[in-house]
Design a protein around this ligand. Sequence first.
Ligand code: ZN
Length: 491
Amino acid sequence: MTQKLNIYNTLDRKKEEFVPVHPGHVGLYVCGPTVYGDGHLGHARPAITFDLLFRYLQHIGYKVRYVRNITDVGHLENDADQGEDKIAKKARLEELEPMEVVQYYLNRYHKAMEALNVLPPSIEPHASGHIIEQIEYVKKIFDAGFAYESNGSVYFDVEKYNKAHHYGKLSGRNIEELLTTTRELDGQQEKRNSFDFALWKKADDAHIMRWPSPWSDGFPGWHLECSAMGQKYLGETFDIHGGGMDLLFPHHECEIAQSVAAQGHECVRYWMHNNMITINGQKMGKSLGNFITLDQFFTGDHAALTQAYSPMTIRFFILMAHYRSTVDFSNEALQAAEKGLNRLMEAYANLDKITPSDKSTVEIAPLRQKMYDAMNDDLNSPIVISHLFECASIINRVLAGNDTIDAENLTLLRQTMELFMFDILGLKKEEKSGSGNNEAYSEAINLLLEMRMSAKANKDWAMADLIRNKLTGLGFEIKDTKDGFEWKLNN
Ligand code: ZN
């Protein structure tokens, strides 16, 4: 690797040089959405944060297997072990099959992610498709002596685990504190301690989503799916586990306990957490009336919005803050992001108007290096953006005749802007009008196929296949030729 990437590891509470388990490869697991409603800003932030990481790791030469799960079972209403399953509840209210709810919101989630230019992960496993793996995982924890059965449900014995290991190492909480802060809820008498968490829950008669197990007809606890699917697709030890800070406790803490109990060791080298988004200084919440879905942002159809904001404005807005900082949404902040993004896009378009000079008063290489340095410093996207604004200033100064640039620096300037704006930050030009421009359309297909060729040249078969399959799926016929490719659209 030519770049030395440092990332902040939540587990060690400091920045560390990223060294993968297997040289050249990265296993990345990110907790995906529980699909029972439309995506909102809180979904956009982890998706964009880890998309930035995914893009950058690939750019600096790693082959990345990115797993982002879909929670479609076992996530109960109060995020603990009580209440109705979030998806089952939605299904009951809307008189749908639970999997209809999942499919409906998953399709919408994918659409929103595509609009935000978030690359699809390598694998998107569903919790409901991995019940056997989860039951096997519970058995391992049972065999190791860290689980107990109670009335058909299986719970993790946190107190016993904490005697041998350290429960709370990720979140910094300790078991004494938890004893005083966790309230005994009704119906939890089957637990030995209020902080024990469910590995398997016996389903009551009304519960629709249920599977047979050695203990009861029931369903897995929410924390289990990530341990089981992480191990299945990335191995017993993998590189990076990410998610929102709201998942740090109990979800990720429980994942660590589960893997140590089942495998005898931790499974994750680096834990990464993005910070949260507030709306006008307040937490987002359905009851607070400030719950704005991504679609509502894109259309402007919400009382709290003074206008519509394009997906790229949302993406740019999120990237303007470092992922570990809080972000506060307001119309003013989004309008500032929109203006900033327009300024960068205009500057980029203005590159075409520049005629290179023999002599250059500007040097692009040091600026490019600073952008790499910022990315290597725990994905510091706001610093990258500030340097992109410097690129924009250079373009404006050259056009105004206050600076000159030679051909070599001009090429490097264009490449640098394209690399950081489009490839790494994942921004893209947005067409203002909806109607098709034939030339732009052909150029876009050519560009995709050129990307596919370069993916093939880099032996990135997954990307090459992805592009081919997506285009074929849209009805394009693609032929590889001696000199490159040919394509046509079949109707
Ligand atoms: Zn998870």
